[in-house]
Design a protein around this ligand. Structure first.
Ligand code: TPP
Ligand code: MG
Length: 657
């Protein structure tokens, strides 16, 4: 009966892969609707869920029966007061909360991620009743923010993230910090209790005398705005949105919405779109100088960072004519195809051997575009070699990146698209091109870029992590690959070949575990047609794997390839490198197929090379996400490409004097 010989089967209960959809699950996909889909897939009844699962033995007394069960009502002498229904003027269609949602819809925000709760309930209610708005309910607030980042990656659109007061807001911090570090626009809306501004003390108070959300998020947001009155709440929300989407400095912005204000009646608002400055041209003399330096260099190099993502077509056009070898940072992997004849693949963390060999010989002129040149972006492939003559041209819209990690010889403050077009014009019109670059790239590319050149045919009986990557790439051509944070990410970075700007995602701005797992959800929401393959670790899955429920509810085509090594492998190897022994943080071997199965999600245990195939992935993702529990060889590493190497570049040596 099993079509997948090595899929782990639970002996009791029906197999969800062989079953028709359980009653209550919509047979028509929600995304078939003309309107943006809403998350209204009927939850399965408790009975159907229970019938999917193996029977569970109850140990001890049944706490729901008999006299020991404490009921809420027993606590009170009187009946609990019924809350009267709202008067007509306060129905959701006329409240400030609804006006906010309508204003956001008009501004182009139709997707809301978040976790509900009392103080944010008016906004949840408004989103769920507003035509055209969709609510994706996450399992943790930071994961909602990571999902919003993923959604922005695939669509270029801005999502709102909703959290309730108190613990909702504190839970959100990591995700918002990641968006800040990566300059991802996002509207963060936190509910607050009614009396926060008037000095009362309430559970979850998030005002100045409570957890003070504005102070808490102040450093990691572009603006913090608190709704002051029902009449102005919608325009204040738009003000926060404007700050988040400023093209010159995008990032998250916080809007705080106290519950009493949210539920008050308010009039409809109509706010015209603001006019934005998007062009900050580079001084022509600086562009001309950059063109000349690159043309005259003995060993020129271009380093592309994630800031250039929006300008991938301009970049490609320029690199086609510039005749200079280029590498990306890990976060920019694939912005220009890694199969381009001048590509050295990526530098920094888990750098390719092409990037390492080229930079070891010392580039003499490097043009860095849209990167902080931070430790993970440079690591074993610095743009200039200390002590050797060389010149750095650095172009960015954010002046704070210049001179920070490497002394810049020619800092150019400009919008990257404009700069790339200006440089292209000079190179093509004046014909100034480097005569050597193409041959240098050819020479480097004659060798293998990989640490294990034969990785795709490594048939060691315990599957090597590099072989898993090769098998996944072969089984899912054209998929969006996303990696989480850990040792597994080094293999994804090093061995995957990204051919398009949207082929690879790593959230290395903050480097948080869970970022890739939850971002995959947002990416799949943004593009339901394309398979997402998330390379993740068992530790990350234990931290954020409950998001699989969201993927299942939304029937998203995501394959979670869990590199299961029963430990925090990156930390294990890092500690061993630094202190001589790996810490003993092993866990039991969690069976991720069984675990997925308890959610009604399909899965397969992978133990040998070649087991991951296109057929398997197709079969497993027929009705939504799937989990591969991949039992990798946890001793296999990539030479000189780990976190310690990038740390040793900056954090593990004395700071410059
Ligand atoms: C939220 C968070 N906590 C801790 C870390 C530090 N950290 C980086 S990698 C890692 C281990 C990840 O384990 P797993 O997901 O199993 O991946 P593996 O390294 O085993 O491939 C830890 C704890 C982090 N990056 N993010
Ligand atoms: Mg692990």
């Amino acid at each position: 009966m099993s079509k997948t010989p090595f899929a782990t089967r639970i002996p009791t209960g029906p197999d969800p892969q062989d079953e028709p959809p359980a009653s209550g699950i919509a047979t028509r996909a929600p995304w078939d609707d003309a309107e943006p889909p809403r998350s209204t897939v009927e939850p399965r009844s408790q009975e159907t869920l229970a019938s999917d699962l193996p029977p569970v033995k109850t140990i001890g007394p049944d706490r729901n029966a008999g006299s020991s069960y404490l009921r809420l009502r027993d606590l009170f002498d009187d009946e609990v007061d019924e809350i009267p229904p709202p008067p007509a003027a306060m129905r959701p269609s006329a409240t400030a909360a609804r006006r906010i949602v309508d204003a956001l819809l008009a501004a182009g925000v139709d997707t809301f991620f978040g976790v509900p709760g009392g103080p944010i309930s008016p906004l949840f209610d408004a989103v769920m009743s507003a035509p055209g708005a969709r609510m994706i309910e996450s399992r943790h607030e930071s994961n909602a923010a990571f999902a919003a980042m993923g959604y922005h990656r695939t669509t270029g659109r801005v999502a709102a993230v909703l959290a309730t007061a108190g613990p909702g807001a504190t839970n959100l911090m990591t995700g918002v910090s990641a968006a800040f570090a990566e300059r991802v626009p996002m509207l963060v809306i936190c509910g607050d209790v009614a009396w926060a501004a008037s000095g009362g003390r309430l559970l979850q108070d998030s005002g100045p005398e409570g957890i003070a959300v504005e102070r808490m998020f102040g450093r990691v947001t572009r603006a913090t705005v608190r709704a002051s009155r029902a009449e102005s709440a919608a325009t204040q929300a738009l003000a926060a949105f404007q700050a988040a989407t400023d093209p010159l400095s995008p990032g998250p912005a916080l809007f705080v919405l106290p519950m009493d204000i949210a539920r008050k009646p308010a009039a409809d608002v109509e706010a015209p779109q603001s006019q934005r400055v998007t062009d900050v041209p580079a001084p022509p003399a600086s562009v001309a100088k950059a063109a000349r330096w690159l043309a005259e260099a003995e060993r020129p190099l271009v380093v592309i960072g994630a800031g250039a993502r929006r300008f991938a077509p301009e970049l490609r056009k320029l690199l086609d004519v510039l005749n200079v070898p280029f590498m990306t940072t890990p976060q920019a992997k694939g912005i220009v195809s890694e199969t381009h004849p001048h590509s050295l693949r990526h530098g920094g963390l888990a750098a390719s051997w092409w990037a390492r060999r080229y930079t070891q010989q010392g580039p003499d002129v490097t043009l860095a575009i849209g990167t902080d040149l931070d430790d993970c972006s440079t690591g074993p492939t610095p743009p200039l070699v200390a002590g050797r003559p060389g010149r750095l041209i650095h172009v960015d819209l954010d002046a704070t990146v210049f001179h920070r990690n490497f002394m810049t010889d020619l800092p150019i403050l400009a919008d990257l698209g404009g700069f790339l077009r200006q440089l292209y014009d000079i190179v093509t019109i004046e014909g100034i091109r480097n005569p050597r670059g193409g041959a240098l790239a050819r020479e480097i590319r004659a060798t293998s870029p990989f640490d294990a050149p034969e990785f795709a045919s490594d048939d060691s009986p315990i599957i090597a992590p590099h072989r898993v990557i090769a098998d996944l790439e072969k089984a899912a051509p054209g998929a969006r690959f996303v990696t989480d944070i850990g040792e597994h990410m080094l293999f994804a970075l090093h061995y995957l070949t990204a051919r398009t700007p949207d082929a690879f995602t790593i959230h290395l701005g903050l480097g948080s575990m869970a970022s890739g797992i939850a971002s995959s959800i947002g990416q799949a929401i943004g593009d339901r047609d394309r398979l997402v393959v998330c390379v993740c670790g068992d530790g990350g899955m234990q931290m954020a794997g409950m998001e699989l429920l969201v993927a299942a509810r939304e029937r998203l085509k995501i394959v979670y390839a869990v590199f299961n090594d029963a430990r925090y492998n990156m930390v294990y190897h890092g500690m061993k490198q630094l202190y001589g022994e790996g810490a003993g943080w092993d866990t039991p071997w969690v069976d991720f197929v069984m675990w997925a199965r308890s959610f009604g999600v399909a899965g397969a245990r992978i133990e040998r090379p070649g087991q991951i195939t296109a057929d398997l992935l197709r079969e497993l993702t027929q009705d939504g996400p799937a989990v591969l529990d991949v039992r990798i060889d946890r001793e296999k590493r990539i030479q000189g490409a780990g976190r310690v190497e990038s740390l040793s570049h900056m954090s593990l040596r004395p700071p410059p004097v």
